[in-house]
Design a protein around this ligand. Structure first.
Ligand SMILES: Cc1cc2nc3c(=O)[nH]c(=O)nc-3n(C[C@H](O)[C@H](O)[C@H](O)COP(=O)(O)O)c2cc1C
Length: 359
């Protein structure tokens, strides 16, 4: 019997599978639309997009599918002062810029797109779900979403954060376990303390909050999906598994790195953006944060701005050793295939896993 949960019914999904929003280009319109067309829910990671790019990306998704999709933003965080030892951060990245023949960006570093304008575009995008990571957005943003009608999903890495999202009016909680690839969504607890594994986090949030829980972090196949459902989740959100799909917008060198890496070869780093995120260990990471030394990275989002041109050029040049290779701990289970095939395979594996348990 196929799995059906209330969350799936709300969005007309055939499978309890959400493709994680992946800001930075991994989640192309082709990937988002393919997942939604296949019966899951595709999502646009819009955090680094300008309002016009948000509208254009959403248009490109809608041109490919009439099915629902999600859109994700980073909740605004205060822009920190430039620290007194900013030269140390510049000195660590300078050799990498030199290696690619590029100038190091100068201060003041460019700021990202304006959040209010991004939200306006998100509300006009036609997305059925607007989700956030890095905390709660301002009250005015929450009110605007409620007034307009899309569902509101919030990322939580602890029970306390899930409760905060419930109080703020969220319709579902994305429970992000410590296995997850990409940035930590933590906001109420120190990053180091909020490293709760998916297996422990999902049932504790499901017990504490009367909202659907979407399990995220280290889920790569139908066994993981069945386990997440058993823990009380109504769906899963998968990032790394979709990054090696044909439609994913990351370079072949990034896909190859995921397919070659092993489960002990990722770690949390601030080296690329200044905010802890899980990625495959590479030369850049160890140069900016040598083992045993404090990180030389500027605070988020300054480090992100400091490394952006380098990452852009490295992506084009296929230089994986300079890229933020965000990936979760389940990467040994990654497979290279079209997204529709992955969704179908995940659905069949989930049924098989549940069938095996039933005996
Ligand atoms: C390349 C990449 C980019 C990501 N970007 C975002 C993002 O923009 N917004 C967000 O809420 N989560 C983002 N995440 C985290 C995912 O939502 C999710 O927590 C994670 O992918 C789950 O772990 P998994 O990669 O093991 O499936 C990203 C993850 C990856 C791998």
């Amino acid at each position: 019997m196929p799995v059906v949960t209330p969350l799936m019914q709300r969005f007309g999904l055939r499978h309890p599978i959400l493709q994680a929003p992946m800001a930075g280009g991994g989640d192309t319109p082709a990937l988002v639309a393919a997942v939604s067309e296949a019966g899951g829910l595709g999502s646009i990671g819009a955090a680094y997009l300008t309002p016009d790019q948000i509208l254009e990306t959403a248009r490109a998704v809608r041109a490919r599918t009439a099915r629902p999709f999600g859109l994700n933003l980073f909740s605004p965080t205060p822009v920190p002062e430039l620290p007194a030892d900013a030269d140390r951060a510049v000195a660590r990245v300078a050799p990498f810029y030199a290696e690619l023949g590029l100038p190091v960006p100068s201060f003041p570093l460019p700021q990202g797109p304006d959040f209010d304008a991004q939200l306006t575009a998100a509300l006009d995008s036609g997305a059925a779900v607007i989700s956030f990571t890095f905390g709660l957005p301002p009250a005015a943003a929450l009110a605007a979403i409620k007034a307009r009608g899309p569902a509101l999903f919030g990322t939580a890495t602890t029970v306390e954060e899930a409760v905060a999202w419930h109080r703020a009016g969220a319709d579902a909680i994305v429970a992000q376990g410590s296995e997850a690839g990409g940035h930590r969504g933590s906001f109420a607890v120190d990053f180091a303390d909020a490293m709760i594994g998916t297996m422990a986090l999902v049932p504790q949030i499901a017990d504490a909050v009367p909202l659907p829980v979407v399990a995220s972090g280290g889920i790569m196949d139908g066994r993981g999906i069945a386990a997440a459902l058993a823990l009380g989740a109504e769906a899963v959100q998968m990032g790394t598994a979709f990054l090696t799909c044909d439609e994913a917008g990351v370079s072949d060198s990034y896909k190859a790195a995921i397919l070659a890496a092993r489960e002990h070869e990722t770690r949390l780093t601030r080296a690329f953006s200044g905010r802890p995120a899980r990625g495959i260990v590479n030369r850049f990471m160890t140069a900016v944060e040598p083992p045993g030394e404090t990180s030389a990275a500027l605070p988020f989002p300054l480090q992100n701005a400091l490394t952006r041109p380098l990452r852009g050029a490295a992506g084009k040049a296929g230089r994986a050793e300079f890229l933020s290779l965000w990936a979760g701990q389940g990467l040994r289970l990654a497979r290279r295939q079209p997204a529709a095939d992955l969704v179908a395979r995940l659905a069949a594996e989930t049924e098989a896993a549940i069938g095996r348990l039933r005996g």
